[in-house]
Design a protein around this ligand. Structure first.
Ligand code: KIV
Length: 271
């Protein structure tokens, strides 16, 4: 059974207070019970059950194929583990872009079945009606602007967004509109640091960056990337806090060797 959001140490209100006090917010993705338990123990403020699960858990090229059932499964696993952080679940591609009614139905399903604390949605003016309708049901919404991976086929590249004035201006307008609509925070992905600074200073809600520089109110990374589990992904913004690819490989190789040689199990490892 999950602990339920009423017992959460980190709430959307607390995050707002953190911004007001200038206290930086830490956010990390998690998709399973075991990892989420460790992340909670480490003192993370927000866990994102990201649709990046499509990439790092399922091996898809993009985040588009993950389904709402799969997102709910990941969110339920995380919720069984955590006590303190706010848990935000990505609304997967195709569950909210179509029409606001469908968006509300999807958000309610995620909240009801996972017992998470909030949802995250990619986009600005294009999805504003859906954002507003979901907010009107009492579900907290986190926005996501800049590089929005669910629109990869429109962008055609994962390069830095909003380098040009027109796109930067639209991003600022969208961020202000999301705050006005009632979002409790927004994620800015892969945009110039100066633009992210401007947005963070303009908004009174927390701005969490990934590849958006040091002036954001908080930072988010994908767990598998920061642990060094994916050694073929090394964008400039990524700081690795481990080299788990090598650690895993070493452990798996040692196990294979021990089984083949008959060293495992030994006398004390049997009944
Ligand atoms: O799905 C995800 O992991 C995300 C982060 C990159 C912010 O949306």
């Amino acid at each position: 059974m999950s602990t339920g959001s009423t017992t959460r140490v980190i709430t959307t209100h607390k995050l707002l207070e953190m911004k007001q006090k200038g206290e930086k917010i830490s956010m990390l993705t998690a998709y399973d019970y075991t990892s989420a338990k460790i992340v909670d123990q480490a003192g993370i403020d927000i866990i994102l059950v990201g649709d990046s699960a499509a990439n790092v858990m399922a091996g898809h090229e993009t985040t588009l194929p993950i389904t709402i059932d799969q997102m709910i499964y990941h969110a339920q696993s995380v919720m069984r583990a955590v006590k303190n952080p706010l848990v935000v679940v990505d609304m997967p591609f195709g569950t909210y872009q179509g029409n606001p009614k469908e968006a509300v139905r999807s958000a309610i399903r995620i909240m009801k079945e996972s017992e998470a604390d909030a949802v995250k949605m990619e986009g600005g003016s294009e999805i504003m009606e859906s954002v507003e309708r979901i907010l009107s049901t009492g579900i907290p919404v986190m926005g996501h602007l800049g590089l929005t991976p669910q629109s990869i086929h429109k962008f055609g590249t994962y390069a830095v967004r909003a380098k040009e004035e027109a796109e930067a201006n639209k991003l600022i307008e969208d961020a202000v509109a999301l705050e006005k609509a009632g979002c409790f925070a927004i994620v800015l992905e892969k945009i110039p640091a100066a633009l992210a600074k401007k947005v963070s200073e303009t908004l009174s809600i927390p701005v969490i960056g990934i590849g958006a520089g040091r002036y954001c109110d908080g930072q988010v990374l994908v767990m598998h990337d920061m642990l060094g589990l994916n050694n073929s992904f090394s964008p400039r913004f990524l700081r690795r806090y481990g080299n788990l690819y090598e650690e895993y490989l070493k452990a798996f190789r040692n196990y294979v060797e021990d089984v083949k040689s008959g060293d495992f199990p030994n006398e004390s490892e049997q009944y």
